[in-house]
Design a protein around this ligand. Structure first.
Ligand code: FAD
Ligand code: SIN
Length: 524
């Protein structure tokens, strides 16, 4: 092997799945059931995933008083003109089968008094269609069921670089406790989750460092819709808190809680016909605007009217009590925080990217389901449905010979993570403007270290994550600058209206020098 780095170990597989959350494990299982030799990697432990923390539930069409058309309609309305409607319909239609498969694996969903699966409501949904588990511990139940499905996962193993050859993907460079290794494989699935760690405050776990975006871009994939970062409206506020912050699920508002500003008024009144249960971008923006107007760092959620709050929302109750707040008798201080990346690596509804053999599913992928703003609880749905399909699609690569003969050395740039977080939080949060976005790009230019001569594939896990965050920040800022309008999660105070000519995605890829440039959407 001609190489810039020296692998200490080698392995071979038909499919390498990068990520042990809902999308990765669902894909891994689907491919294994079809006889593929699958190697699944997770840079963290079994519960170091966003999946583990999901609260509200899974959006899936209810058997009565609901329809695929209605779920599609709500999704497209929330997506503010950028959803790919065919993809939306296809994924929504796959919901019930995906939930049935999870139930077969042993996942247990909450039942109502009538013995049927209980359904709650969240922002942007026209009906109660969100199924949940353990009250507000839906993600933990899904993760438990998938973790116990008997799939072998290499924990503490971080993918550093995807290797491609003339026939597309041929392997992955991995850093594990055995050192640097190479897995020869004709198919790789990115299921690496989100980018919450781009911001100082996020609901995401520490591992949500956008690795998959960078791995995909470095391998030649195209990303789109990265400017649409969803800020969850109600994240527990504690003075001086940073890093991962506890979420107060939208289902709390679905069950009757209301938002109040620090003067006791509703921040959403007159903003949207659905008030506090408007789509998430609308509520976050209304809160951000009210906080700015009043000069406060939070608003309140009043959940005191909800009977049996602690039984219905045990996880949230524990987080509030740990912060010294009793949600049964006190107002909960909340503020928006980074929650979800609506865009990502461009794929079809089977997870195929434009790079032969490279697949993506879950939060890292952009299928067109979410458009400019994801509808609540559509993410677990997408991870389940597209994860399964991507695992099946990878069968098409089984006969492609794959051998890594060379690990190309390509320098990557990195900035200090805390600086990236500071810049992004100041200039690319709920409300942005052109001067701030351009200034943020300039600040990144000023602080990045020169291209690391060791290249991707020879960095520590933290260095790879920092490089991923730096590249993702740059691409996000570029797209946000180019989008001189407001749409969905992207609010420009200098361009407050939506513009018809921007009713399209802004794809970005790397040019031959590794510099991001605007691109066309690929046909996977
Ligand atoms: P994750 O579950 O985040 O898994 C990512 C995996 O990739 C991890 O195993 C990680 O270790 C691994 N990884 C990352 N980089 C590398 C690398 N370089 N090498 C190897 N492994 C790597 N959505 C809903 O639909 N309903 C909800 O109620 C809901 N509530 C939420 C509440 C919270 C607090 C949060 C944070 C999110 C919530 N979401 C919800 C969103 C949803 O949970 C996530 O979008 C979804 O779980 C992401 O799944 P995933 O499989 O794509 O990634
Ligand atoms: C929540 O429970 O409010 C989060 C749901 C989601 O992100 O889809």
């Amino acid at each position: 092997m001609s190489t810039g780095v020296s692998p200490g170990w080698e392995a071979a597989a038909d499919l390498v799945v990068i990520g042990g959350g809902v999308a990765g494990l669902t894909a891994s299982r689907a491919a294994s059931l079809r006889g593929l030799r699958v190697l699944t990697l997770s840079k963290g432990g079994p519960t170091d995933t966003s999946t583990q923390y999901a609260q509200g539930g899974i959006a899936v069409v209810a058997p009565h008083g609901d329809s695929v058309d209605s779920h599609v309609h709500d999704t497209v309305a929330a997506g503010a003109g950028l959803c790919a409607v065919d993809a939306v319909r296809s994924i929504v239609e796959g919901g019930q089968a995906a939930v049935d498969a999870l139930t077969d694996l042993g996942a247990v969903f909450d039942l109502g008094r009538d013995g049927r699966i209980s359904r709650t409501r969240e922002g942007g949904h026209s009906t109660r269609r969100i199924i949940h588990a353990g009250g507000d511990a839906t993600g933990a139940e899904i993760q438990r069921a998938l973790n116990q499905a008997g799939l072998p996962v290499l924990f503490g193993a971080a993918a550093e670089q995807i290797i491609t050859g003339p026939k597309g993907v041929c392997g992955v460079v991995v850093l594990s406790d055995q050192g640097i290794g190479v897995i020869h494989a004709p198919a790789v699935l990115l299921a690496t989750g989100g980018l919450g760690q781009l911001y100082a405050l996020s609901t995401n776990p520490p591992g949500a460092t956008a690795d998959g975006i960078a791995l995909g871009l470095w391998a030649g994939a195209t990303v789109a819709d990265l400017e649409f970062v969803q800020f969850h409206p109600t994240v527990l506020y504690t003075p001086g808190g940073v890093g991962r912050r506890p979420l107060i699920s939208e289902a709390v508002r679905g069950e009757g809680a209301i938002l109040l500003d620090t003067e006791g008024n509703s921040p959403t009144e007159g903003v949207h016909s659905r008030g506090d249960l408007a789509p998430r971008d609308v509520v976050s923006r209304a809160i951000a605007v009210r906080m700015r107007a009043l000069g406060t760092e939070h608003v309140y959620l009043d959940a005191r009217s909800i009977d049996g709050f602690a039984q219905r929302f045990p996880t949230i109750t524990a987080s509030c009590l740990a912060a010294g707040i009793d949600p049964g008798t006190e107002l909960i201080p909340v503020a928006p925080a980074a929650h979800y990346q609506c865009g990502g690596i461009v794929t079809d509804i089977h997870g195929r990217t434009g790079v032969p053999g490279l697949y993506a599913a879950g939060e890292v992928a952009r299928t067109g389901l979410h458009g400019a703003n994801r509808l609540a609880s559509n993410s677990l749905l997408e991870g389940l449905v597209v994860g399964e399909r991507a695992g099946v699609a990878a069968v098409e690569r089984c006969d492609t010979p794959a051998e890594v003969t060379e690990i190309p050395v390509r320098g990557v740039e990195r900035a200090d993570r805390t600086v990236v977080q500071r810049v992004m939080t100041a200039h690319a949060s709920v409300v942005r403007d052109g001067a701030g976005l351009a200034g943020a790009l300039k600040q990144l230019d000023d602080v990045v270290s020169p291209h690391d001569p060791r290249g991707a594939g020879a960095l520590s896990v933290t260095e790879t994550a920092d490089a991923a965050l730096t590249l993702t920040a740059r691409v996000l800022l570029l797209a946000a600058l180019a989008r001189t309008e407001s749409r969905g999660c992207h609010t420009r105070s200098d361009h407050p209206d939506s513009r018809p000519e921007f009713r399209r995605s802004i794809p970005v890829r790397l040019n031959g020098d590794g510099v991001p440039e605007y691109a066309q959407l690929p046909t996977p």
